[in-house]
Design a protein around this ligand. Structure first.
Ligand code: FES
Ligand SMILES: [Fe+2]
Length: 388
């Protein structure tokens, strides 16, 4: 994010603070509780949004060099991301063409070939089948060339890696990001260093889990003992980019900038920046200096359960144990705030909505990113329905 945008966001923050208000949506939003609990609604979201659209599934930093691989699960589908010898990122179903084993797990370099653990079929980084040990005549007349890994549409740009499960059409990252690309590119995510990953399963709709990241109104209350001593619930400064959104939440110390000339203003370390990447990913850049990529997926077919993955990235590899301990403390703190405070709350909410006794919830004008995201979701579902 360039300094002009940072200063503009700070100016808006101070103007809102002066006026004792925050960024406001045009009107409150009444949301049907069934949006979070109805299996038919989930079926449309899975088909039209999670499989039908391009999704952000990794940062370039996840595949730092040629030959690097990353196994991941996207909307219930095991995927393999590979940076080939030509430095291009490719995606494949992580499903062996013999009988369906996973050809790679975790991350890193598989060496000369990707090898399925079940019967050791081997594939190269282009997904071509190289060998079938102990099976010289067993698969004739099937052609090896027809038994490569199944490709999935993928593209890399602005430091992000996107895939689209539902169609082989190329992914146009600039178009998908709707104007947000250059700002994201300024963070240089291809140069960051992957630090660690956490996963969890929660008993709440995937959108409730994602809603956690869509407003800062709750910080003073839910995060009273963790974030609130340092962070401000309000004013929240946010902007929309097509279906996406970028929000900034400030630290109390931001007021010290008022004593300095604007030419010295910078968001870091005074602001946490959150990119809400439609429909199900979040890049969070908290004040403490690391970056997080969050992904939320429903357990396939289940509106009541969500699989969450978060990867942590740091600006450079830790130089010593003290630096490593600092970043590990950040990871633990995030776990406490998000997994224990936010997601526990969302599980309680989900249980309440499942009772069917409260037919709607309301989003306030002071939750503009929440309103924007849900409005965009309705729009995307309606337009995908119209095309179907
Ligand atoms: S399932 Fe992969 S080699 Fe048999
Ligand atoms: Fe929160």
């Amino acid at each position: 994010m360039n300094v002009d945008i940072q200063r503009e966001l700070l100016r808006r923050f101070f103007a809102l603070r002066e006026a004792r208000t925050t960024t406001l949506a045009a009107s409150p939003y009444r949301q049907q509780a069934s949006v979070y609990t109805d299996p038919e609604r989930l079926e449309r979201e899975e088909r039209l949004l999670l499989r039908g659209r391009a999704l952000v599934v990794a940062l370039s930093a996840d595949l730092p060099g040629t030959g690097d691989c990353l196994a991941c699960e996207v909307a219930g589908v095991p995927l393999l991301l590979v940076r080939g010898e030509d430095a291009e990122v490719r995606a494949f179903l992580n499903i062996c063409r013999h009988r369906g084993g996973r050809v790679f797990t975790g991350r890193g370099r598989p060496g000369r070939a990707l090898k399925c653990p079940y019967h050791s079929w081997a594939y190269d980084l282009n997904g071509d089948l190289l060998g079938q040990p102990l099976a010289r005549d067993a698969f004739e007349p099937l052609e090896r060339t027809d038994l490569g890994l199944c490709p999935v549409s993928a593209a890399e740009r602005f430091g992000l890696i996107l895939v689209r499960l539902g169609s082989p059409e190329p992914v146009d990252v600039a178009e998908e990001l709707a104007g947000l690309g250059p700002e994201v590119a300024d963070w240089g995510f291809e140069r960051w260093h992957f630090f660690t990953q956490r996963e969890g399963r929660f008993e709440a709709n995937w959108k409730l889990i994602r809603d956690t990241f869509l407003e800062s109104y709750h910080v003073f209350s839910l995060h009273r003992d963790t974030l609130a001593p340092d962070m401000l619930s309000t004013p929240f400064v946010g902007d929309s980019f097509g279906p996406h959104h970028r929000g900034v939440v400030m630290r109390k110390e931001v007021v010290t900038l008022l004593e300095r000339p604007e030419s010295e203003w910078k968001l870091k370390p005074y602001g946490s920046i959150v990119y809400i990447l439609f429909p199900n990913a979040v890049i969070n850049l908290p004040m403490s200096g690391h970056a997080e990529l969050w992904e939320m997926y429903p357990e396939p077919g289940d509106p009541h359960r969500t699989r969450v993955s978060v990867r942590f990235y740091i600006p450079r590899e830790p130089a010593d144990e003290d630096q490593r301990a600092f970043w590990e403390a950040n990871v633990r703190f995030t776990g406490r705030v998000v997994f224990e405070e936010d997601f526990s709350q969302q599980q309680d909410i989900h249980r309440s909505l499942r009772t069917g006794l409260m037919p709607e919830v309301v989003y306030g004008r002071n939750e503009p990113a929440l309103i924007h995201h849900h409005s965009e979701m309705e729009r995307a579902l309606a337009s995908a329905d119209a095309l179907a």
